[in-house]
Write a protein that binds this ligand. Structure first.
Ligand code: CP
Length: 305
């Protein structure tokens, strides 16, 4: 696998074997291998949209491996506010750092940035499109929990239309033979273009509207927030807001062993009564952002092989 200098834009750019290697490297980093290897490297974090986990875990990953970070967490304090194009911002910042992590509201922005930059660009979320590093940390968490990525039955619940994390994750899981169940209101179904891509790789999936329609228990329920900020019509948001809340009684249909994941932030789609249960693995999932992003940075900067 050649990762040196490579941008991470879409999970579709990674074949199954490369995904497995990245998951393995992340677990090696978590086990303590490869410490301090990013000394003298600089990461630019360009966040044109809000973030807690992605930005802070990238920054923590960089600092904890000896590197440094520059950047902004709000587009309003960058020269984008003065009308600078994204291409010109990237052409400039590429000269200040060894890698760029960028979150942007426009789908395709990360691809454009990767074509302009002379350093690797890591997509930290582009609109409702993709969030590949979230998928890598999701897979690291699944591998840790089940000891495998293959032959799992995984439900994805909530906003499957605008939720970029599930777009990336569904594509990755399809490479590992997962049985996937997409659970959403009709207006928030997995987009047609994503379903087409899943069909092309022979993905095994079904769509239902509520967990009460499940015919088999799940290994994992991956819950997502309704993405209020992406709705053009607020009334449409209000129609679906609060459509789902997973609480203890849900496990009667999910199965007692079902693990609950969530990319976070959570609003009200998972009851806090689950937080201390063995089923809830969403905070460990968030913490796996550190070793996963350490591994990805080390790989694209050529210090982890
Ligand atoms: N999961 C995730 O992307 O969280 P943030 O929006 O806080 O970065």
């Amino acid at each position: 696998m050649e990762m040196l200098g490579r941008s991470i834009v879409s999970i579709r750019d990674f074949p199954k074997e490369e995904i497995q290697t990245i998951v393995q490297k992340s677990l090696e980093v978590k086990a303590g291998k490869w410490s301090g290897v990013l000394k003298d490297k600089v990461l630019a974090t360009l966040f044109f949209e809000p973030s807690t986990r992605t930005r802070l875990s990238f920054e923590s990953a960089m600092v904890s491996m000896g590197g440094q970070t520059i950047g902004f967490a709000d587009a309003n304090v960058s020269s984008a506010k003065k009308g600078e194009s994204l291409a010109d911002t990237i052409r400039t910042v590429t000269g200040y750092c060894d890698a760029i992590v960028m979150r942007h509201p426009v789908e395709g922005a990360a691809r454009l940035a990767s074509e302009v930059a002379t350093v690797p660009v890591i997509n930290a979320g582009d609109g409702a499109n993709q969030h590949p590093t979230q998928t890598f940390l999701d897979l690291v968490t699944i591998q840790e929990e089940f000891g495998r990525l293959s032959n799992l039955r995984i439900g994805m619940l909530g906003d499957l239309k605008y939720g970029r994390t599930v777009h990336s994750l569904a594509k990755a899981l399809s490479l590992f033979g997962a049985q996937q169940v997409f659970i959403s209101p009709p207006s928030l179904r997995m987009p047609g273009y994503t379903q087409e891509q899943l069909k092309q790789v022979g993905a095994d999936y079904e769509e239902i509207e509520d967990i009460s329609e499940l015919t088999q228990e799940l290994d994992v329920l991956y819950v997502t927030r309704i993405q209020k900020e992406r709705f053009a019509d607020f009334q449409e948001y209000e129609r679906v807001a609060g459509a789902y809340t997973i609480n203890r009684s849900a496990f009667e249909v999910l199965g007692e062993k079902c693990r609950v994941m969530h990319p976070l932030p959570r609003v009200d789609e998972i009851s806090t009564e689950l937080d201390e249960t063995e089923n809830a693995i969403y905070f460990r999932q968030a913490h796996n952002g550190i070793p996963t992003r350490q591994a990805l940075l080390g790989l694209v900067l050529g210090v982890i092989q």
